[in-house]
Design a binder for this molecule. Structure first.
Ligand SMILES: [Fe+2]
Ligand SMILES: [Fe+2]
Length: 325
């Protein structure tokens, strides 16, 4: 892992050097500054992962420095810890009002310092990760919806398929990362349709064999589209194999049974149920009950029986109907 960069802002040189040595010894990359202004100067070239700052300093004090850091969007997320002399309760109150993350009271023990620094760094990494994932999911949904815009009959398809897939997966016992990966896969399952001609997607008459061939390429094209994004690697099998069938009659690879990843088998059921219960250009929709019966009857041929039984459980609890309504 890359070394984290800490910025110590402290006008007392002895204390500053002491902190610097302590943190360097623990493997951190340490920058120092004697006041807020010097610190801002340092930050013009290097963005630290955490700031430890004294409060009363010449030229620019800790509060002003804190304000200046929080003013800049790219620095808003840097954890900021005030160093305050023992007994300066007033300082603590003001700092808390400003929204600083933490306080360390000088003089500091080595353990106190390291525990606080490590905890703040870990927390900020978690936050960044969560924000990144959130942003990712948002942009994926926009991208996935781009296909729906081209075809009024499939509006809302991505959201509903994702919702059904989540219910089935939870029923089967998915949690945490695995559930998240499935969500991304479900959102993106039809992304390859962006390369299918609109005239085919919206055609009212039966498709010609050539047109079918073009549609059937979408799992392959979709998987190709996302293969360069390492974060989306777990979604690739779902995108590529969401049209495979349990009995081997699907496409594009004619996989059979458990050779099809469970995630893809889940999305297949979710996808087909939504396709049946929404009107398409070439046919009217089935009622939820008719589609439910159809899913049950295809257990063991088109669908994995285990996924169908999860579907049945969710149906009996009324969870499926809530989304389809
Ligand atoms: Fe599809
Ligand atoms: Fe689909």
């Amino acid at each position: 892992m890359e070394r984290e960069t800490l910025l110590i802002v402290e006008d007392n040189m002895i204390l500053r050097d002491g902190l610097k040595e302590m943190l360097r010894f623990e493997g951190f990359h340490v920058l120092t500054a004697g006041n807020g202004e010097e610190a801002l100067h340092q930050m013009a070239t290097i963005t630290p992962d955490l700031i430890l700052s004294d409060i009363s300093m010449p030229v620019m004090d800790g509060y002003t420095f804190f304000y200046r850091v929080r003013e800049r969007a790219e620095w808003v997320r840097i954890p900021f810890v005030f160093l305050t002399a023992r007994g300066e309760r007033e300082d603590i109150m003001i700092g808390r009002d400003l929204g600083a993350e933490d306080y360390l009271v000088k003089p500091l023990s080595r353990e106190e310092l390291l525990t606080a620094v490590r905890a703040r760094l870990a927390r900020s990494q978690q936050l960044q990760m969560a924000q990144l994932e959130h942003a990712y999911e948002g942009s994926l949904t926009v991208l996935a919806n781009a296909i729906e815009v081209r075809n009024e009959y499939t509006r809302g398809h991505v959201e509903r398929v994702t919702a059904y897939a989540m219910i089935l997966a939870e029923q089967i016992g998915f949690a945490g990362r695995r559930l998240e990966a499935l969500r991304f896969g479900a959102i993106l399952h039809d992304i390859g349709k962006i390369h299918v001609r609109e005239s085919i997607l919206t055609k009212k008459e039966p498709l010609t064999p050539e047109e079918w061939d073009e549609i059937k390429l979408h799992p392959i094209t979709g998987a190709e589209m996302i293969k360069g994004i390492s974060y989306l690697a777990p979604a690739i099998p779902i995108v590529r194999w969401h049209h495979e069938c349990w009995d081997g009659s699907g496409y594009p690879d004619n996989l059979v049974g458990e050779a099809i990843p469970l995630e893809a088998r889940i999305v297949t059921v979710a996808d087909c149920f939504d396709a049946m219960t929404t009107e398409r250009s070439y046919r009217p929709s089935l009622s939820l009950e008719e589609a439910y019966a159809e899913i049950i009857s295809c257990a063991g041929c088109q669908f994995d029986p285990a996924v169908v039984s999860a579907f049945q459980n969710a149906w009996e609890k009324g969870e499926i109907q809530k989304i389809g309504a």
